[in-house]
Design a protein around this ligand. Sequence first.
Ligand code: ADP
Ligand code: ASP
Ligand code: MG
Length: 476
Amino acid sequence: MKFGGTSVGSAERIRQAASIVHLHAQHEHKIVVVVSALAQVTDSIVHILNAANSGNKQGVEDGLEQLLKRHQQVMAELLYDMPLQSVAVTVMADLTRLRELCSAVLLLGSATPQVMDMALPLGERISAVLFTACLDQLGTDAAFVDSARVLATDDKFGDANPDMDSTRQHCSEVLLPMIAGHRIPVVMGYSGSTTAGQVTTLGRGGSDYSATILAAALDADEVWIWTDVDGVLTADPRICPEALSLPQMTFAEAVELSYYDAKVIHRKAIRPAMQRCIPVWIKNSFRPEAPGTKIVEQLPANEGPVKAVTAVTQASLITLTTHRDIHFAEIFGRLFLRLGHEHVDILFSTQSSSENSLGLVLRQADTDRVVRAIQRLFRTELKHGVLNPVAVHKNVAVIAVLGSGMKGTCGILGRLFDAVARINVSVIAVAQGASELNICFAVDARRATEVLRAVHQEFLSPAARKTEAQSAARVS
Ligand code: ADP
Ligand code: ASP
Ligand code: MG
């Protein structure tokens, strides 16, 4: 069971989360808990480190002071009737550690990704200590586990990848004996360590990933991700308030959804569970009685064509063209190889042989790096006019419409682009993979919310879903 930031955001929330674990432990479930930092704590640590990085001593002091107050308040409310001493000492030691790291950054004038990774998971550390104490308070035997002891990774600081063999070994040495002794391990999410013992993080929002990595390493029966919504919804409810919770979806659908920034699942979290066919539940810790969403390998084919719609709101389109008669496929080959080496995520690409052009839609944050890489790679071709100057279209949004039921269903693209045309939005680029699982298109970022709502209205509003269900019933 993994609890996200809002599910452990206050003393009351931690108590509620711990009572969910307590309840299930009483039903003889063997549970491993993974926790995020208290809501917004990682953001605060990032701000404090940035202040240190830019030499802003006062910013560091203010940030540390606020973090201390926040945790002191939670501790006071959470542990009012138990001896506070050991918990308070541990929490204070973690905050002192953060202060020391900030002093080092202030002194050196720069924070390397490795130093950042030493500081970033301190919020998870404190949260896991508090959660363990709360479980103890409820009478459930629990033990704090430092993620560095169990989750082995490579040394890609800030975006580390798991070393599954070593993680499996650590889990059997550290976690299995605890579980066998009816003790619930409470593991810090978001982080791990290299074989050399350096702390690493798995990327922002990475506690979901920690949970599925540990579940795969332990051959768990299920992963339960507790968050602040009723499961995976047909769209982000902050954008489409009428979005509905999906009872189930496939791993493939969840991978697509998370890749295109539906925050409810970390973009890498599904794969470890998918590889070992471990069902993943997304559940609401605020409403544990709600059924939630079950993510599984396969589903019956009688579902509606479109399952959900999501958006990457900060993207850009890079276009490479030539008017010379050259073999453009060679250009593609060299370019994609380089992008692979640079670990760039391509949201989607479009290619037109007749125009000899290639469009790449990327996250905005990657754009400048990719343009520089293209300019280096094709220096000679650009210099001699074999390739035209790289065209960059910033501030686009990618809308992703997905559902395995779209495969073989006629008319989806027609309905989709009709809905977009009705609100007078022009489509900048479009792609649909051969799996027909996902249709992606780019629009002006300023219109993204409107487009998302229009697409949701067309395929996923209660009325649209009713019509869909009626026609499915007629067919069967
Ligand atoms: P946690 O702190 O529990 O990890 P997150 O904030 O990372 O939670 O993710 C939950 C949030 O994801 C929800 O509050 C919701 O606003 C957002 N979200 C975006 N897309 C979706 C979607 N399709 N279904 C459910 N939630 C979504
Ligand atoms: N606390 C980390 C973050 O905010 C990891 C997580 O919450 O999943 O990114
Ligand atoms: Mg999250």
